[in-house]
Ligand binder design. Structure first.
Ligand code: UDP
Ligand code: MG
Length: 308
């Protein structure tokens, strides 16, 4: 046996019926070959296909497989949380079901953890091979902006992680609904190392994250991780106040020296700029207020309908 510690593998799944079984067998084969004993906790994130019956048959066949089923799709972030809530172990591994987080790296990650005595090993996407020019231009600068505003590396960071009990216990104390898993694992602190890994091709099915969904996730990450944008509006407010004072002085000067005829372009520009700044600020404030509203309702974070 590789380690005395008990290991739990948490895998969120959503509409993965086609390849789930073969992917699970592939993960299990590699872990067996590496002599790693572990239990699995699948979270069926409200799949609309036969994912749950695949999990049921896996549960019958393999005693180490457990699963919970959400009553509807709550999203990958909450699925990861529910997985960590539903199983107990000394070490927890979170990974995707589509083999994009290659199971062959689990052993090296556990070794890193031991060797460096850290609480958390974070999988970092090392290369992304096939990048189009559009991706480089748009997505890259978008991620740069995100990193600047939240301090989170959304582009290269991943949910492929090994965590010890301490980290998971602190994650379990989070009560918020709108959370971003990579955000909270970053927020809790603890000793950590990065582990670069090569992302592999998806095995079976299609990605559930379209560009639009990724944008939503990014927005979610910002809103749930930082309130900096609120200060951004304060900052632009101050900037425009300075601007206004300068222009105000100039206007008054022109008025008193009898030159105050032209200047419509200035008026139009000012109207446009202040109008958009006010709308933008209101929008940002609105986004945070809607978050407050959602959290204050204090609904359960997720509903589990079935268990194995
Ligand atoms: N997933 C989930 N809920 C969702 C969407 C995805 O649990 O609403 C799971 C999915 O089954 C997979 C993992 O999250 O195991 C990663 O999803 P996917 O491969 O679609 O994302 P990508 O790799 O393209 O980022
Ligand atoms: Mg994937």
């Amino acid at each position: 046996m590789y380690t005395e510690k008990s290991i739990a593998i948490v895998i969120p799944v959503y509409n993965e019926a086609d390849a789930l079984r073969s992917n699970f067998l592939a993960i299990k084969a590699i872990l067996d070959a590496d002599d790693i004993a572990c239990r699995f906790m699948f979270v069926d994130d409200g799949s609309k296909d036969t994912t749950w019956s695949v999990l049921e048959s896996l549960g019958k066949e393999f005693p180490e497989v457990g699963a919970v089923r959400f009553a509807r799709n709550f999203g990958k972030e909450l699925a990861l949380c529910a997985g960590l809530d539903s199983i107990d172990a000394d070490l927890f591994v979170t990974m995707d079901s589509d083999l994009q987080h290659p199971p062959k790296y689990i052993k090296p990650m556990l070794e890193r953890m031991d060797a460096e005595g850290v609480n958390l090993v974070e999988g970092i996407k090392a290369s992304r091979g096939t990048e189009t020019l559009k991706y480089k231009l748009v997505a890259k600068s978008f991620y740069k902006f995100l990193k600047w505003i939240t301090g989170l590396d959304m582009d290269n960071s991943s949910d492929f992680k090994v965590m010890d009990r301490e980290v998971v216990e602190s994650i379990r104390r989070f009560k918020e609904r709108n959370l971003f898993f990579r955000g909270i694992t970053n927020w809790v602190g603890f000793k950590r190392v990065s582990f670069p890994f090569e992302v592999e091709e998806r095995q079976g099915g299609n990605s559930h994250f379209s560009t639009a969904k990724l944008m939503l996730l990014a927005g979610n990450a910002i809103l749930s991780y930082t309130s900096k944008p609120l200060y951004l509006t304060l900052f632009s407010g101050v900037l425009f106040l300075i601007f206004a004072i300068i222009l105000g002085i100039q206007t008054l000067f022109n008025y008193f020296s009898g030159h105050a005829i032209s200047g419509f372009s200035t008026v139009i520009l000012l109207l446009l700029i202040t109008g958009s700044m006010v709308m933008l600020s209101l929008g940002i404030i609105g986004a945070y207020i809607s978050r407050i509203y959602e959290e204050i309702k204090d609904r359960p974070r997720y509903i589990i309908s079935k268990k194995i």
